[in-house]
Design a protein around this ligand. Structure first.
Ligand SMILES: NC(=O)C1=CN([C@@H]2O[C@H](COP(=O)(O)OP(=O)(O)OC[C@H]3O[C@@H](n4cnc5c(N)ncnc54)[C@H](OP(=O)(O)O)[C@@H]3O)[C@@H](O)[C@H]2O)[C@@H](O)CC1
Ligand SMILES: [K+]
Length: 508
């Protein structure tokens, strides 16, 4: 069951070790009994969210059937105490215990509250599984911070039998995910909502595990976690980064972008990439490409100046074929030699990786690479780390980070969730885009938007993340403009909605 996805909150995502340390420090300063108070707060948050989700999905709360999936640790304790609160609201609660032990106080309380409790055998019997078939709501308290990736029996069978019609609320994280890496090594819960406690965990921002979390609600437990290197920008965060022209600014001071894009085979990529840059508000755009592509660009955007000249940054490679008999690879090499900030997309990644132009010390703070998963796999192969596209898709953060470390550059890995990663592990995860954005030419528009930001003096990490946000938001606006709940979009529609997305980010 899918709940309506609204715009997710801005979050920083933390490692298990960081959350445990912060929790330990907070507990050390509290009087005896306070740990239980934290669990009570956590359970209240889970129960409130679950009741809301239940009402949204079924139109009511009392009389509905909830199943608690309960593991042996405190994650199961949270679920049991949430069950106590749901009983008070008239929900029929069944607790399925997946281990020999369960949080003792929570178990006693849920029994007193009138819940049915079943200890599930391994593998589960038909009787053990029967309550799941009738569940309107499932609360996943199998494992949280203490979970090893993947699940074992009987948890695996329980998760397998969650009905598609039930609304699923995960406590802290969807059970089965690798909490720190964001990998999905085996069976796992697919949640509609995840109520994460104290602070968000890395798996909630890192794909593919983030796709198992559904909507993420961060519940503050009042302890301080140090700033995390992994974050998701929201509208206000993008607005704070976006270069806004000062009164009296001229086009040169706002930033001139040079672009080497397109080829005889792909003139459209040049049009789309220039559209992205122009719509993102670049001061001026100089375009370098073959005659046909230049004509197409100038007819679409008369404001674009043809030919190289003085610029503040370069966007290179969209629609460039390194094997074509044209001057584009030479133009890319010359731009790289300038020492200016450069975005490297598509064909430019190949030109750069194959060339003598790679110097990790020179790359940091200057280069933004924008591969998709297949291109990242090829790039890693060129760098001596042979990988398949599927490897990158299984562990995208790890591979983007490996490429950043090997090259010294900032790597933006395009996907349904776009990751932007620096060599030192600072990272942004942006997931604003509707699935309709998976369309030809969308990456060219993104390159133009990010290039415009580099020309405006924004550092590669921020430029990549802000561009991904604006690109995803523009796609949403374009899709909504199609009518109803959102319709198909073309890449040119996305470019057309970039100014509205930027305006949203800049709105006070
Ligand atoms: N942070 C905070 O301030 C607060 C945290 N709170 C809550 O506490 C949670 C952490 O609780 P926790 O430390 O007890 O660990 P938890 O996640 O329940 O799992 C441990 C148990 O799972 C088992 N197990 C492990 N892997 C498994 C697998 N693959 N498949 C199957 N079983 C597996 C393992 O058993 P074992 O394998 O050792 O026999 C072990 O007994 C946290 O996520 C949050 O919900 C809140 O109450 C509020 C305050
Ligand atoms: K869980």
């Amino acid at each position: 069951m899918q709940l309506e996805q609204d715009r997710r909150p801005a979050v920083a995502a933390h490692s298990v070790a960081a959350v445990r340390a912060a929790e330990g420090a907070a507990l050390a300063g509290l009087p005896p009994g306070a740990p239980d108070a934290l669990m009570q707060q956590a359970a209240t948050a889970v129960a409130v969210t679950a009741a809301r989700a239940l009402r949204e999905a079924t139109g009511g709360i009392a009389g509905r059937a909830a199943v608690l999936l309960v593991g042996s640790g405190d994650n199961g304790g949270d679920a049991l105490w949430a069950g106590v609160r749901l009983r008070r609201r008239g929900v029929a609660v069944t607790a399925l215990l997946s281990a020999d032990t369960a949080h003792p106080a929570g178990l006693a309380a849920v029994r007193v509250a009138g819940a049915r409790v079943l200890r599930v055998s391994s593998p589960p019997s038909a009787t053990d599984l029967a309550p799941l078939a009738a569940a309107d709501l499932v609360i996943d308290g199998l494992v949280g911070l203490g979970g090893r990736p993947g699940l074992r029996e009987p948890a695996t069978s329980l998760v397998d039998r969650i009905p598609a019609s039930a609304v699923v609320v995960a406590v802290d994280v969807p059970s089965g995910v690798d909490v720190d890496s964001g990998a999905l090594p085996g069976p796992h819960v697919q949640a509609d909502v995840t109520v994460t406690l104290g602070a968000a965990k890395r798996c909630l921002l890192l794909p593919p595990a983030s796709t198992a979390a559904g909507r993420v609600e961060v519940f503050d437990l009042g302890f301080d976690v140090p700033p995390a290197p992994l974050r998701r920008l929201d509208a206000a965060g993008v607005g704070a980064l976006w270069p806004v022209p000062a009164p009296g600014a001229d086009k040169y001071r706002r930033g001139v972008l040079g672009m080497v894009a397109g080829s005889a085979g792909y003139p459209g990529a040049a049009v789309l990439a220039t559209s992205g840059a122009v719509r993102a508000g670049v001061g001026m755009l100089r375009y370098v490409g073959p005659d046909d592509a230049t004509r197409a660009v100038r007819s679409a955007h008369p404001e674009v100046v043809a030919g190289a000249g003085r610029v503040q940054a370069w966007a290179l490679g969209s629609g460039v074929n390194p094997d074509a008999d044209d001057d584009q690879p030479a133009a890319i090499r010359s731009a790289l030699d300038s020492g200016l900030p450069c975005l490297l997309d598509a064909g430019a990644l190949e030109v750069w990786a194959a060339g003598v132009h790679r110097d990790p010390d020179d790359a940091s703070d200057r280069l933004l690479l924008t591969p998709h998963a297949g291109e990242l796999a090829s790039l890693l192969g060129t760098l001596g780390l042979p990988r398949e596209r599927a490897d990158v898709e299984e562990r995208p953060f790890e591979h983007a980070h490996a490429a950043a470390e090997l090259t010294g550059a900032c790597v933006l890995l395009k996907g349904a969730t776009t990751l932007v990663v620096t060599p030192d592990g600072e990272a942004r995860s942006q997931a604003e885009a509707p699935a309709w954005l998976a369309t030809a030419g969308a990456g060219d528009v993104l390159a133009g938007v990010a290039g415009a930001l580099l020309a405006g003096g924004v550092r590669p990490l921020d430029a990549g993340a802000a561009a991904a946000w604006v690109h995803g938001r523009a796609a949403t606006l374009a899709s909504r403009a199609a009518g109803g709940g959102g319709g198909p979009i073309a890449a040119s529609d996305v470019a057309a909605h970039v100014p509205a997305a930027v305006a949203e980010a800049l709105a006070p």
